[in-house]
Design a protein around this ligand. Sequence first.
Ligand SMILES: Cc1ncc(COP(=O)(O)O)c(C=O)c1O
Length: 389
Amino acid sequence: MRRIYFDHSATTPVDRQVADEMYRFLTGDNFGNPSSQHYFGSSVKEAVKEAREKVARSIGADPSEIVFTSGGTESDNMAIHGAAYSNQKKGNHIITCAVEHHAVLNTVKALGKQGFETTILPVDAYGMVHVEDVERAITDKTILITIMHANNEVGTIMPIAEIGKLTRERKIIFHVDAVQSFGKIPVNVDELGADLLSISAHKVYGPKGVGALYIRKGTRWRQSLFHGGAQERLRRAGTENIPGIIGLGKAAELAVENMEEESSRLTRLRDKIIEGIKGRIPHVRLTGHPVLRLPNHASFCFEYIEGESMLLYLDMEGVASSSGSACTSGSLEPSHVLLAMGIPPELAHGNLRVTLGKDNTEEDADYFLEKLVPIVEKLRDISPYGETG
Ligand SMILES: Cc1ncc(COP(=O)(O)O)c(C=O)c1O
């Protein structure tokens, strides 16, 4: 059966070149501990240094500002915890927004239970946070603002550079979750005004379980999650995930190398899908911003339909997509992102997310549209939700 992968926001396949580089560090003599004072250690240490340089270059940072982690979730936790606990003398107020990934939202909420004051900003119908709302929420106790660059569920790109200007003027630490935007749109820490920034390898054709946190030089941030050795210049204890780090380095290098060309190709494909769905299926709403959205991201809410049923039928036709984020699917609760955008729960249940990647073609888009139309018709025919389409 034809298999089409349209779920690149959940994860991506590992690029062959990335896997080849990693393989070198899983076999032969390249098994050393980079902290060891002998050949086996120093050769691996050199490879980690090169990977760090590649990651730094890909986001306009200095290599000393990159800390390797176990992925986006750890980077987010580390960024927020570290900034909160290091700045308690200055204040205790943290600002975030309602559509963040749970790695950010639940970390901020946990700090709220530990005595920090938290503000969770609303978003508009496109899932966009407004700079004026950020500005209004700032108090003289605000120590940290954490806002995502692009949303994983609806693809909306946030006004990060403008928020970054505000935080610089006010000397407030600014964390940006760039897990979804990295490799799809330009991510430059200076242009965005980020002091802390999270990325994850498995969203950019790298391996799972490895990521990085950028920490701007001079930022008041101290490690607060793990206690242990002096790795990563005392910022992240534990023997390094060497194959993972090598993989992230290669993936980061490739992600920015081909970004411009690949993003315009994906934008055309994405728009073909958006127009194709809007033109062929009634009672459907595009979710997220119509223009300021990730080039590979299309998401919709279909009236009178369960997103989960659409997924199952599409899967039977060989198309892998998702409803909400992979982390929330499986739960009966509608996505917190769609609800925060003011989408009624019954419509939120009809969500379908299609996220494209480098192996997807025009033919994939045609095949998907051809299969989707009868699936929607069939599901609406048997829908208990009311009118059929
Ligand atoms: C915006 C965002 N932040 C953080 C994460 C968590 O990253 P990881 O899977 O590497 O822990 C994800 C993953 O879906 C994400 O989309």
